[in-house]
Write a protein that binds this ligand. Structure first.
Ligand code: ADP
Length: 375
């Protein structure tokens, strides 16, 4: 099937066209500045979609699209798998807006724009939280009064689920086992970063929580901090917006070094950059150790996404902190560039260390085709 995969943000719309059978990428693009027609951007998501359609006419040469798959950030407690979109589903996604105020409304705008243009087009929502619906209560609950959970849905949800599910399947395939038998720790290290504990193919813990802010040191997000810092700063006169900007956009690697991009930090290799990498790799190693315990002894450690796939230096820093687990990487294998799933550990390593490229668009295309076929 030919699937249009849409990742709709508030001011941008990313798309790819994939053949769900072969995985082939037939087209891709990015429409920016939605709502900024003064600077040449489309007025709204419907107009953005007009631009996508124009671009597709050029690249698809008349091949029709069979279905559209949407990346939807928050599926709350309701969605544990991809679903065919109906009006009721759209309303259910909108009810989750308070949990993802920047993302879910934009995702729905993308869905509505498609429905307006192609009313008969099957559309599927693939949720970034869905893979983590298997977290046990002791992992998803915060130690706060139950009222906060009941009233506001305050609990841990986890994100990057589409990527973790895809990488679990491909890591299992590399190890020659069915995904349901895979037990290990997966680190998705992109601009956003999180780590997940997978036991028998299911997510049992993950480092992002109520929002994608919890957990690892990221490009511009702080990850774990003492929540009292927010109270302290608020008493010092910081507003809600100040704190949001500070922790989501001005912290992490950017806050520590001035750069959010791993390549710039690795290139500069000064003392400040080295300390930032020490902080980030130490935090990740602590999580890996914790999740090794959570899964009852991991059978693999997997790196994925921009940094996980491409930065051998960062992988080395992390694995060098894991000697207590008996894990060792092979320097030559680790430093080899490569775009396919591979093992980078030594023969002596207690369990294999893998690099498995993620492909969220392929995962969304496959899931969309599967839902449409079974509908
Ligand atoms: P996103 O979360 O935006 O999808 P990516 O998965 O593309 O992000 O990851 C982006 C990160 O990957 C950036 O920090 C970038 O510097 C890093 N990265 C990409 N290629 C390399 C490389 N060759 N060496 C080191 N870091 C890299």
């Amino acid at each position: 099937m030919i699937i249009l995969v849409i990742n709709s943000g508030s001011s941008s719309l990313k798309y790819q066209v994939r053949d769900s059978g072969t995985g082939e990428r037939l087209a891709n693009g990015l429409i920016e500045r939605i709502g900024d027609s003064a600077h040449g951007g489309p007025a709204d998501h419907t107009e953005a979609l007009d631009r996508v359609t124009e671009q597709l006419e050029a690249s698809l040469q008349g091949r029709p699209i069979d279905a559209v798959g949407h990346r939807v950030v928050h599926g709350g407690e309701r969605f544990s798998e991809p679903v065919l979109i109906t009006n009721e589903i759209i309303r259910a996604i909108e009810r989750l807006n308070p949990l993802a105020p920047l993302h879910n409304p934009a995702n729905v705008q993308g869905i509505r724009a498609i429905a307006e243009r192609w009313p008969d087009m099957p559309q599927v929502a693939v949720f970034d939280t869905a893979f983590h619906r298997t977290l046990p209560e002791h992992a998803w609950r915060y130690a706060v009064p139950d009222e906060l959970y009941k009233k506001f849905g305050i609990r841990r949800y986890g994100f990057h689920g589409t990527s973790f599910e895809y990488v679990t399947r491909h890591a299992a395939a590399l190890l020659g086992m069915p995904a349901e038998e895979f037990t290990g720790v997966l680190a998705h290290l992109g601009n956003g970063a999180s780590v997940t504990a997978v036991q028998n193919g299911r997510s049992i813990d993950t480092s992002m929580g109520f929002t994608p802010l919890e957990g690892l040191v990221m490009g511009t997000r702080s990850g774990d901090i003492d929540p009292s810092i927010l109270l302290f700063l608020s008493r010092e006169g910081y507003s809600e917006e100040d704190l949001d900007r500070l922790l989501n956009r001005e912290s992490g690697l950017k806050g520590l070094t001035g750069h959010n991009d791993m390549r710039s930090i690795e290139e500069s290799s000064d003392a400040v950059g080295t300390m930032a990498l020490d902080i980030a790799s130490y935090r990740l190693a602590k999580y890996i150790g914790g999740y090794h315990v959570a899964v009852g002894g991991s059978q693999a450690l997997v790196f994925t996404a921009g940094i996980g796939e491409n930065s051998w230096r960062f992988r080395e820093r992390v694995v060098n902190r894991l000697a207590a687990l008996g894990v060792y990487i092979d320097d030559a294998e680790n430093q080899k560039p490569g775009g396919s799933p591979r093992e980078i550990s030594t023969e002596e390593s207690a369990f294999p260390v893998l690099v498995v490229p993620t492909d969220e668009e392929a995962a969304i295309a496959e899931a969309t085709a599967a839902v449409v076929v079974s509908a």
